[in-house]
Design a protein. Structure first.
Length: 89
């Protein structure tokens, strides 16, 4: 089986997405708690911070989905290239 460089790019996106999602989850939970929501009413910077963490979580989800798809596609292309090479020999 030939290793496709596309699979490594997808794997990096996948891992980055998981890290972003995991890092943002606890912060978003704090923002969505009763005290977090109460604090957001009086502090605009806390509101912006919570929105930033939600954007990071969304980017993490996109990274997971896109990275997973690219990784699978890269491995399948590498597998196909290896099978084609075996047929020629």
């Amino acid at each position: 089986m030939k290793f496709s460089p596309l699979a490594s790019v997808g794997l990096l996106l996948l891992v980055g997405g998981v890290i972003a999602f995991a890092a943002s989850s606890s912060r978003i939970a704090a923002c969505e708690s009763f005290l977090g929501q109460f604090g957001r009413v009086f502090d605009a910077s806390l509101q912006r911070e919570c929105q930033n963490w939600q954007s990071i979580r969304t980017a993490g989800i996109v990274g997971i989905v896109v990275g997973g798809g690219i990784t699978i596609w890269g491995f399948l292309n590498g597998l196909r290239a290896g099978l084609d090479k075996d047929k020629r020999e």
